[in-house]
Design a protein around this ligand. Structure first.
Ligand code: 6PG
Length: 475
């Protein structure tokens, strides 16, 4: 067999599917797993693709099987296992070989790994891969960070295995160093916000209007035909339509309301805070998952305060369902605006020169947040005058003018009923604060100067000023 074009280390779900995807697209691939039985089993189950797969029992065999300069994809658990794998590989690789970490790495670890390999002759790529198991097998969205010439070596393979949006591959080189993993982290932050807002709307339909899972599923199914069309809305409809084999009840009704999280959403929020970029809808979504995990405390507090009725005084129900659709759309615009603002600032801070339109384009298919909506975002960033924020991009101004009223109505009704909608409410507050020309920070500045002589600016006059705080106004 010809030498492999690329190698994959780690044959758990994501690695195995990525390797099959590579083989299916016609590229010979070498594979290695820590346990040789897993490698052998993978090869035995590869069916007609087995001929393009070289199973390797040792790392030395694996390295020898790949055409130099060797691109090696590591798809193991993020964190220490990646460092351990790099340490084992390093002595076997030669100058020019490329180690590609395709896991959900913290981009700060990626930056450190670049530095650790500096001067070794080896190169590194930090590659965000989105789309879960299905995506890895049939077309993920691929976000690459590293040297452009390293990407050139793997571009053909990555372009072939990536998802396609109207024929365009959803894979791109986004910048040097940690750029790819950073963009993947923000993708996940947006994913959290999107999912949380969908869950909040589900809650309003379930508790506020008293609909059953099946009816709610049909509503999401309908919305998927309109402007909310997206993978997450589509799977929400499918999830709500599924029944539990054991009880016959809707599956969603027997699932405990305690959400897991692996940390990528949290990283997005931490980085946003570090850079001073408001990402409140994403933050609300991460916090909502944490609060959901406090099941016992929540039950205790409900016993103490009594449960809210949650029934919405919604007026015309059909009209209100229409408002829910628009509210979700408005919330989504605000959350994506925040995510893109985080990336724009990071791009400057880390000198990545992130291509915003390209990011939106490679998220249109393959990844978890894929949607038509991202095509509109891509067009907003394509215009020569890059918008400072998606909220002021002409593509979204008309939409927000139409949708912020319904969002306001939904948030206020929910609040009166005691139904928590933290991400939607955060999105609304962000929108209202962002478009308020004169806010209330003048008082904050006065307080800061009062207690700490921190100084303030005066309207229409340059310089730093201090009170006299004892003086009553004379005018
Ligand atoms: C993707 C997903 C994927 C995964 C994350 C989120 O883009 O394919 O984001 O990376 O779903 O691990 O997981 P948590 O919800 O567990 O944080």
């Amino acid at each position: 067999m010809a030498q492999a074009e690329i190698g994959v280390i780690g044959l758990a779900v994501m690695g195995a599917n990525l390797a099959l995807n590579i083989a299916e697209k016609g590229f010979p691939v070498a594979v290695y797993n820590r346990t040789a039985e897993t490698t052998a089993r993978f090869h035995a189950n590869a069916g007609e693709l087995a001929g393009r797969v070289t199973p390797c029992a040792t790392l030395a065999e694996f390295v020898a099987a790949i055409r130099p300069p060797r691109p090696v994809i590591i798809m193991v658990k993020a964190g220490d296992p990646v460092d351990q794998q790099i340490a084992l590989l390093r002595p076997l690789l030669s100058a020019g070989d490329i180690i590609i970490d395709a896991g959900n790495a913290n981009f700060r670890d990626t930056i450190r790994r670049f530095a650790e390999l500096d001067g070794s002759g080896l190169t590194f790529i930090g590659m965000g891969v989105s789309g879960g198991e299905e995506g890895a097998r049939h077309g993920p969205s691929i976000m690459v960070g590293g040297a452009a010439q390293s990407y050139a070596r793997v571009e053909k393979v990555l372009t072939a295995i990536a998802a396609k949006y109207r024929g365009e591959a959803c894979s791109a080189w986004l910048g040097p160093g940690g750029a790819g993993h950073f963009v993947k982290t923000v993708h996940n932050g947006i994913e959290y916000a999107d999912m949380q807002m969908i869950a909040e709307i589900y809650g309003l339909l379930r508790d506020g209007l008293g609909f059953g899972a099946k009816e709610i599923g049909s509503i999401f199914g309908c919305w998927n035909e309109g402007r909310l069309n997206s993978y997450l809305i589509e799977i929400t409809a499918a999830v709500l339509a599924a029944g539990d084999a054991r009880t016959g009840r809707p599956m969603v009704d027997v699932i405990l309301d305690r959400a897991g999280q692996k940390g990528t959403g949290r990283w997005a929020v931490i980085e946003a805070q570090m850079m001073g970029v408001p990402a409140t809808a994403i933050e609300a979504a991460v916090a909502a998952r944490s609060l959901s995990a406090m099941k016992d405390e929540r039950e205790g507090a409900e016993a103490l305060y009594g449960a809210n009725s949650l029934r919405l005084d919604a007026g015309d129900r059909t009209k209100f369902v229409g408002e829910l659709e628009l509210a979700l759309l408005a919330g989504k615009v605000a959350a994506y605006a925040q995510g893109f603002a985080v990336m724009a600032t990071a791009s400057k801070e880390f000198s990545w020169n992130l291509p915003m339109a390209t990011i939106a384009r490679i998220w249109r298919a393959g990844c978890i947040i894929r949607s038509q909506f991202l095509d509109t975002i891509a067009s907003a960033f394509q215009s020569p005058a890059q918008p400072a924020n998606l909220l002021v991009a002409p593509q979204f101004v008309t939409l927000m003018k139409e949708a912020h009223g319904p969002l306001r109505h939904v948030v206020s009704r929910s609040t009166l009923a005691g139904a928590p909608v933290p991400a939607l409410a955060a999105a609304l507050a962000y929108f209202d604060s962002y478009r308020q020309g004169r806010g209330t920070a003048n008082l904050i500045q006065a307080q800061r100067d009062f207690f700490g002589a921190h100084g303030f600016e005066r309207e229409g006059e340059p310089g730093t000023f201090h009170g006299p705080w004892g003086n009553p106004p004379s005018a």
